[in-house]
Design a protein around this ligand. Sequence first.
Ligand SMILES: NC(=O)c1ccc[n+]([C@@H]2O[C@H](COP(=O)([O-])OP(=O)(O)OC[C@H]3O[C@@H](n4cnc5c(N)ncnc54)[C@H](OP(=O)(O)O)[C@@H]3O)[C@@H](O)[C@H]2O)c1
Length: 221
Amino acid sequence: MSTDLPDVSGLSIGILGGTGDQGKGLARRFALAGHTVLIGSRSEERAREAAEAVGARARGADNATVAAEADIVIVAVPWDGHKATLESLRAELAGKIVVDCVNPLGFDKQGAYALPVEEGSAAQQAAAVLPDSRVVAAFHHVSAVLLLDPEVDEVELDVLVLGDDREATDTVQALAGRIAGVRGVYGGRLRNAHQVEALTANLISVNRRYKAHAGLRLTDV
Ligand SMILES: NC(=O)c1ccc[n+]([C@@H]2O[C@H](COP(=O)([O-])OP(=O)(O)OC[C@H]3O[C@@H](n4cnc5c(N)ncnc54)[C@H](OP(=O)(O)O)[C@@H]3O)[C@@H](O)[C@H]2O)c1
């Protein structure tokens, strides 16, 4: 695989919904890699508490401040709040790379399943709501449990990175590679984000059957 990716070491990372497990887990790993991390929340107080838990490189603020100040912004809110959160931050997110890791899933007694999404996928919904941002889809399959576990030095998986803007997907591939053990691999255009998001339901089934935190490794790249 070509390793000709940009240097992203100086970029600050903002996380909307950064008080949840996924946001805190990503924040922890990016902070360990030396990034300044801005943890966003609907509540400034919850954001500050989460930032304290993550450590010295993290700062907490409301989602709008984080969206405005961070170089790259990751969306880690639940599917329920996805559209409204992004609609409210359109101005702050204009011109930025916005990384969507949201999996639109339902859960019933048979387990997890992919929900239908009018726009095709959460990532395409983000692109529709944020026409002035550079939306990239990534980090759907990474386990928050592993990201948060201090015993786990390397998170062994490939992160599929999807988007329609080559420079933006290269940047996010490089960002994924800042997490020890992770490799960012280009996974196609945003119109193919649906099945990447939906595949998370299969991984959840794997995890339940085998009591695991399964990730993907691609062969021959
Ligand atoms: N957990 C995982 O292993 C994992 C892995 C890959 C991808 N993801 C995706 O990452 C996203 C976050 O997952 P999570 O497990 O961290 O979820 P979560 O804990 O349920 O939610 C994350 C944060 O979002 C905020 N939030 C909750 N409801 C909201 C709403 N209606 N509008 C705006 N913000 C809201 C909350 O922060 P405040 O109350 O502080 O605002 C909450 O702490 C999900 O979309 C999930 O599909 C998760």
